[in-house]
Write a protein that binds this ligand. Structure first.
Ligand SMILES: Nc1ncnc2c1ncn2[C@@H]1O[C@H](COP(=O)(O)OP(=O)(O)O)[C@@H](O)[C@H]1O
Ligand SMILES: [Mg+2]
Length: 269
């Protein structure tokens, strides 16, 4: 396990990290759930905000659709505060703001609202109950993702080791740049995490080398392997760290958490 450290203390604003990539199926939700669980296991207080209308983070954490009454939708349309929407999970230190299918209409509902890109940032202002907030974004660069990028201090990008991976990410990098210019000058690229790495497939190695060549040490050393236990865990409503703590996927996420926490100390310093 990663080292215990509660040095951030009580009364301090959380570090807010958006987990984003406009491509679906690259491991955003899996990374949000398992990174959050591994961080929570070190004693950090972690909140996941699920802003994908599909609600996979909520399902993967075993939160039944029927219990998702106050959601990130209500937070975004300003009908509820974060604290009203938060629910505990089966993991100590890990809480969740669940999502709702209503989020798919939020973009249209907010179209005439002033500062509509700042809804989530404003909802999180003054929040001190968490050390880390991870925002699980939908597979699109829409207003929901924009709200996450405006609220966050840093973005983590899961990238699947497949052909055209770099092409796909260039659009996201441009969006991050535009968000910096227009709304959130301090937004940092926390890092890129290579996911679903298949060591039997040469393509995985080639893509990884390409991405490292381009983004250098912004790419985490930890690589998440393709691992069947990771894909089974959500149907049991559990993070892979609880489903099978010893599998390669769980170990990779524990390593990723240590690396992220180390990088956090460098970014914040
Ligand atoms: N490392 C992995 N090994 C095997 N399956 C994975 C891995 N990471 C994610 N998956 C599976 O791939 C699918 C897409 O992952 P998900 O995290 O939901 O992506 P996203 O949130 O980017 O759409 C899910 O069924 C998930 O269980
Ligand atoms: Mg997802």
């Amino acid at each position: 396990m990663v080292e215990i450290d509660s040095s951030r203390g009580v009364g301090v604003s959380p570090r807010i990290i958006a987990i984003a990539n406009q491509k679906g199926g690259v491991g955003k939700t899996t990374t949000a759930i398992n990174l959050a669980t591994a961080m929570a296991a070190t004693g950090r207080r972690v909140l996941i905000i699920d802003i994908d209308p599909q609600g996979n983070a909520s399902t993967g954490l075993g939160v039944d659709r029927r219990t998702r009454t106050v959601t990130s939708y209500h937070v975004l349309i300003d009908e509820a505060g974060i604290d009203q929407a938060v629910i505990p999970t089966i993991i100590p230190n890990l809480s969740l703001v669940p999502s709702s299918i209503d989020l798919s209409g939020a973009e249209i509902e907010l179209v005439d609202t002033p500062r509509r890109e700042h809804r989530l940032a404003e909802a999180l202002a003054g929040q001190t109950a968490y050390d880390f907030v991870l925002i699980d974004c939908p597979p699109s660069l829409n207003l929901l993702t924009l709200n996450a990028l405006v609220a966050a201090q840093a973005v983590m990008v899961p990238l699947q080791c497949e052909f055209f991976a770099l092409e796909g990410i260039s659009h996201l990098v441009k969006t991050i740049e535009r968000v910096r210019q227009a709304f959130n000058p301090g937004l940092q690229l926390h890092g890129i995490v290579l996911t679903m790495f298949d060591k039997r497939n040469n393509l995985s190695d080639m893509v990884a080398a390409d991405v490292r060549g381009y983004f250098g040490d912004k790419v985490y050393k930890t690589v998440i392997p393709r691992n069947v236990r990771i894909s089974e865990a959500p149907s049991h409503g559990k993070p892979v760290l609880l489903y099978d703590m010893r599998c390669a996927g769980a170990e990779a996420y524990i390593h990723l958490a240590s690396e992220v926490l180390k990088r956090e100390r460098e970014l914040v310093a």
